[in-house]
Design a protein around this ligand. Structure first.
Ligand code: SF4
Ligand code: SF4
Length: 716
């Protein structure tokens, strides 16, 4: 019956020696793991122990099935990792199977399963897994040494790990080949790689083959032990750290930042030292596998600014390793527990020493890094946490923000306009716009609250979007009102900038205003307002149904509550759509704005290379709209260039921040004659038929259905 003798050609003393020696690398591994876990525990408490089923499912999907690793635009790297992972794990399982047979089932239960069909299948699977692993390792060497993608850095650690994997696999094959050279199993072809390697060994005597087998057997174990000992002190730790990181990932909406609790009583603010991170954030720092996927769509990396999200994580992770004695020294006790180390660590401050303030201020909080990271590292909360420390504790922030903070405090908006001008745009409308307070005083019902936002209220370019949306709502006969002079900033820019004090003040003020009134849902054209109201207001008792205008307009078109003029040429030709980060990545609204664009008569939607969750930022989020862009090239111009490359003449936007950045970007690259940026509401309003025109068109068609009539009547 097909099988083989385990530990063939190895003296019992040799087997005992190997088991005795195993204690050393296992000790190293256990020590390394314990140090890391102990390091994480110096962090602040954070509840990540809920929803175990969801956590487990995510860990399996992401780790075993490589959910985020194999992605479009990263097939090579994804498949490479998949090959290494599947090959390595299969071989590891194979090793445990042999140990179970040799150390448990045979000696204890006198039962052997390592024979017959199982054995043949096992041999085939192990030979295939080894090939997969070697293919992955060769792809990795090729990528790191030949392709050298911009976002990939290669350290000695990477090459050592890949070499270990290659050597261990080859040793395994050679062991099989040397044994087959002596034993000539009838079923040897099932171990097809070892069988092929055994062919050139046929000229060697049994004595030589046995001697070589023993040398190879011991060296295989020594290599394994060295790898095990190295494991916990190298990037190879990532199968453990990334699995735990994925398991304990944040399950709240991506767009929700955790507020500072009890702000009034807090003695320190944000993250200024290692102990200020939560334990889960410290675990984040250890989970990074240096893959560089977070760089590919990062606007700061792509435009040569100092912030590189991977490096940020590695810099702080290295600081933690140094400070916490992952490699050296004992952890101290109490307040300065993470400060003890040998060398230069304690003298370096986290902000300004390990991480530069330029890195922190350059972030647009676009979330591309978090969306791409295969192990769910959360860069944005770390960056905002350190910004909070800079703003609230150190009083250090770019000069341009002084006015923003003053305006928010005095005028409830980042701009220097008095609240009395918030509804100035309504005077330009042909039909009156109802104000919520007045409607409530008159005891009139309001179905939809149109939350205009600061840019939509005060900025003349974005007022055009506001008016367009109001016209659409009127045309669809929607019962809506605005807050008017009562509206205040949602607090989004202040929160992302790190001024949590102002953010909470603005958010509470807005929730207080909203809670005075009765309405069914909120619509807004600003993804930043949308995100804050949807994801952050529930933290302070503001629970509302909120939709982005792209969702509502898409629905109105689908329900034929607004009709577009088939002869309209407002967007004829190629139109490219830009996904705003706070609508797309943060809230997964991708299809509605596209369905609006494709509904425009004559419009041909053409996608930019980077789109949907792999979209590229406009450069205006995270408070960057209010700051000068002094480092690297300009993000908005990079995106406008990408839009121009599609051949589109219209760049469709659905965010006032993007609108402002793109108007500036189009000017900057001198493309005013080639490309226009229009909000989808502007495009729809311009292509929309008036009621009279709609009726005439339908009568002219002579194809009026009962449903159409009802729909037209509704509009009347
Ligand atoms: S949030 Fe955006 S800008 Fe900030 S580090 Fe991540 S990818 Fe870069
Ligand atoms: S942070 Fe995530 S995406 Fe970036 S290098 Fe580390 S593991 Fe890769």
């Amino acid at each position: 019956m097909p099988t083989r003798q385990i530990e063939w050609n190895v003296h019992t003393l040799g087997q005992i020696a190997v088991y005795a020696l195993l204690i050393i690398p296992v000790g190293f591994l256990a020590y390394g793991l314990a140090r890391r876990v102990r390091m994480w525990r110096i962090g602040q408490p954070e509840d990540r122990f809920d929803q175990w089923g969801t956590r487990l499912r995510g860990a399996i999907t992401q780790s075993i099935f490589h959910g985020r690793i194999v992605r479009r635009r990263n097939r090579y790297g994804g498949l490479m990792h998949l090959f290494i992972f599947v090959g390595f794990v299969t071989l590891l399982i194979g090793t445990f199977i042999v140990m179970i047979e040799d150390d448990i089932t045979v000696p204890i239960f006198h039962y052997s399963f390592y024979r017959g069909d199982f054995y043949l299948g096992y041999k085939l699977a192990m030979n295939l897994a080894g090939l997969l692993l070697i293919a992955g390792v060769l792809m990795a060497f090729y990528r790191r040494l030949v392709i050298r993608p911009k976002q990939q850095d290669t350290s000695a650690d990477d090459l050592v790990i890949l070499s270990f994997l290659a050597v261990l696999t080859v040793q395994g094959y050679v062991l099989g080949a040397l044994r087959l050279g002596v034993q000539h199993d009838d079923w040897a072809k099932w171990s097809f790689v070892s069988y092929a390697l055994a062919i050139p060994l046929r000229g060697l005597s049994d004595g030589w083959l046995r001697a070589l087998h023993q040398v190879n057997w011991f060296s295989h174990f020594l290599t394994t032990f060295a790898f095990l000992a190295y494991f916990a002190y190298s990037k190879m730790m990532h199968p453990f750290t990334s699995l735990t990181n994925v398991f304990f990932r944040r399950l709240k909406p991506m767009g929700e930042l955790t507020p500072i609790a009890n702000l009034e009583e807090a003695e320190s603010f944000g993250i200024g030292k290692l102990e200020d991170f939560s334990w889960a954030q410290l675990m984040n720092l250890d989970a990074c596998m240096h893959c560089g996927r977070c760089l590919e769509f990062c606007p700061t990396f792509t435009t040569d600014k100092p912030l590189r999200p991977r490096d940020l994580i590695l810099e702080i992770g290295g600081y933690m390793a140094d400070s916490g004695g992952i490699f050296s020294g004992e952890l101290g006790e109490g307040e300065n527990s993470a400060r003890f180390r040998w060398g230069e660590g304690p003298e370096r401050e986290l902000i300004g020493g390990v991480v530069s303030t330029e890195e922190l201020w350059d972030c647009t909080t676009c979330g591309a890094c978090m969306e791409q990271c295969p192990v769910f590292i959360e860069h944005v909360p770390l960056i905002v946490g350190m910004r909070r420390n800079l703003v609230l504790e150190q009083g250090e922030f770019p000069d341009e923000l002084t006015n923003v903070f003053n305006n928010l405090e005095r005028l409830s908006s980042p701009y220097q306009f008095p609240p009395s001008q918030r509804d100035a745009w309504t005077k330009k409308m042909a039909q009156p716009i109802r104000i919520m307070g007045e409607a409530a005083a008159a005891e009139e019902e309001v179905e939809v609250l149109f939350f205009v936002g600061c840019l939509g209220s005060f900025d003349s370019r974005n007022q055009r979007t506001t008016m367009a949306l109001a016209r659409i709502l009127q045309a669809a006969d929607i019962n809506f009102a605005i807050l008017g002079k009562e509206e205040t900033c949602t607090g989004d820019p202040a929160r992302r900038i790190g001024n949590e004090y102002l953010a909470q003040m603005m958010a509470r003020q807005t929730v207080e205003t909203l809670n005075q009134y009765s309405f069914k849902k909120i619509v807004t054209a600003c993804p930043h307002c949308f995100n804050a109201i949807k994801n952050e207001y529930p933290q302070i008792g503001g629970n509302y149904e909120v939709v982005h205008h792209s969702e509502l307009i898409s629905q109105l078109i689908a329900e034929q509550r607004i009709t577009l003029d088939p002869a309209s040429d407002v967007a004829s030709g190629k139109v490219t759509y830009h996904d705003p980060c706070y609508l797309g990545r943060y809230n997964k609204v991708y299809d509605d704005p596209r369905s609006v664009v494709t509904a425009l008569p004559g419009a041909e939607l053409t996608e930019m290379g980077r789109n949907r969750n792999q979209s590229f930022c406009c450069g205006g989020g995270g408070g960057r709209l209010f700051m000068e862009e002094t480092r690297g090239s300009r993000i908005n111009q990079a995106r406008v260039t990408e839009a121009l490359e599609t051949g589109a003449t219209t760049l469709a936007a659905s965010c006032p921040f993007c609108m402002t950045m793109f108007e500036d970007g189009i000017n900057g690259v001198g493309a005013n004659d080639l490309l226009q940026v229009r909000d989808i509401a502007e495009l729809v309003a311009a292509a929309m038929l008036t009621m009279t025109e709609t009726e005439t068109l339908r009568e002219g068609d002579g194809a009026e259905s009962a449903e159409d009539t009802e729909s037209t009547e509704k509009k009347e």
